[in-house]
Ligand binder design. Structure first.
Ligand SMILES: *Cc1c(COP(=O)(O)O)cnc(C)c1O
Length: 400
């Protein structure tokens, strides 16, 4: 199996090498205040020799850091199923990743790549979770991590960075300023950048969630048949695709990773088609939803939402995510901060799952969109970050 980077825009191919981030020709057309141009995808050709449950990745397994990332539980929330009337509703719980967020899936692959190539330092900008994630994964891997973080990031995420022993450079300004500063730092020093979307491995690392979903939905289908007493008549299936997946969206990297996972699964013959993916955005940070409706990205609107992890003015992976949404008939749903806080409370109080506001946007999105979905369809809502990461946000929801 041969791995390479491929530009989904112009088809140019590049080796997967440190220092290669964007497509040369397409990134030259970058416009100010617009999503990154020339975002690359990890591509492969040849035969995949892995086992039936294995995930093809561009980094050899032995270099992946020694901590348990991924393989997160797929919940079957009985009370929420009853209340919503969706008996095949599932929650994919990434709040229990080692550092408490979905970002670990990306950090894990980037750290593995660094180990494979003998790289000792990684730098990045973040709104909080990518920083705490890379710091924790880097600690396990023995890598130096330098993070550029806006001063207003939630305190728990800052404390995580420091506990994990990373170098914290606080930025007076937004994530967008931190992004530029971290790129300048990587440019001057040659340090590997884990900036989201900019480093294609961040997208590739996130695809693992789709592989887990189709495997665990097949197991859930078997359990369901066993409970109902007709396991014997059930045709055997190792993989079951969901009909709908609800994803919280800021920069658009998670959603692109989810798509990449389903694309690979179709190509490997494990599932027949890519599910309907719902991009769930906060009203105060809805650039991708607006672009899907308008047919392209306009001037940035300053973000304003309680959901800090999905608050972005210019979604870095916006163009790439938009092209996937268009190609596969994906949809967008926009929710208010009040709906997000209600969703957070409902998930905690009725499922026992305490997710941070950005993550709860996916549940709020499902609640808003469910009238248009058949109740017998299989729905997975992705919960991407722990509620303990932003206690101040949760307090607002409680009126404290
Ligand atoms: C980063 C993040 C998101 C959004 O991911 P994007 O790739 O920026 O769209 C959602 N939820 C949590 C908890 C996150 O940390």
């Amino acid at each position: 199996m041969r791995w390479f980077y491929k530009c989904p825009e112009c088809g140019a191919e590049y080796g997967i090498e440190p220092g290669r981030y964007l497509c040369g020709a397409c990134s030259a057309k970058q416009e100010a205040d617009r999503p990154l141009a020339g975002v690359l995808e990890c591509a492969w050709e040849g035969r995949f020799d892995g086992g039936p449950d294995d995930i093809p990745l561009p980094v050899a397994k032995e270099f992946l850091p020694p901590l348990p990332v991924g393989d997160t539980p797929l919940w079957e929330p009985a009370r929420l199923r009853d209340e919503t009337g969706f008996p095949r509703l599932f929650l994919k719980d990434d709040t229990c990743e080692p550092t408490g967020s979905f970002k670990d899936r990306a950090s894990y692959l980037v750290a593995g790549f660094a180990k494979e190539r003998g790289i000792t330092e990684i730098a990045l900008a973040s709104t909080g979770n990518a920083a705490s994630s890379m710091s924790g994964i880097g600690a396990a891997a023995g890598l130096k991590i330098t993070v550029f973080l806006p001063r207003k990031a939630p305190v728990a995420k800052r404390v995580q960075v420091l506990q994990y022993g990373a170098e914290l450079r606080e930025v007076d300004g937004t994530y967008d300023v931190a992004f530029d500063q971290s790129l300048a730092y990587s440019g001057e020093t040659g340090v590997l950048s884990r900036n989201t979307a900019y480093n294609p491995l961040t997208i590739e690392g996130k695809k693992t969630v789709s592989f887990e979903m189709v495997r665990d939905l097949a197991r859930a289908r078997e359990h369901e048949a066993r409970r109902a007493g007709h396991l014997a008549e059930l045709p055997k299936k190792d993989f079951v695709a969901p009909d709908h997946v609800f994803v919280p969206v800021g920069d658009g990297v998670i959603i692109a990773g989810v798509y990449k996972g389903f694309e690979d699964l179709v190509r490997l013959g494990r599932i027949q088609r890519v599910p309907t993916i719902w991009a769930c955005q906060a009203e105060g940070s809805s650039a991708i939803a607006r672009a899907l409706a308008a047919g392209g990205f306009g001037a940035p609107v300053p973000s304003d939402t309680i959901a800090d992890s999905i608050a972005v003015d210019v979604p870095r992976n916006g163009a790439h995510a938009l092209s996937k949404l268009r190609k596969y008939g994906g949809k967008a749903v926009v929710v208010t901060d009040a709906e997000i806080l209600d969703a957070q409370k409902e998930l905690a109080a009725k499922a026992g799952l305490f997710a941070e506001p950005s993550s709860s946007a996916a549940w709020a999105g499902f609640i808003k969109a469910k009238a248009g979905i058949r109740a017998d369809e299989t729905v997975v809502v992705m919960l991407t970050g722990s509620g303990l990461k932003d206690v101040a946000g949760a307090m607002k929801g409680l009126g404290l």
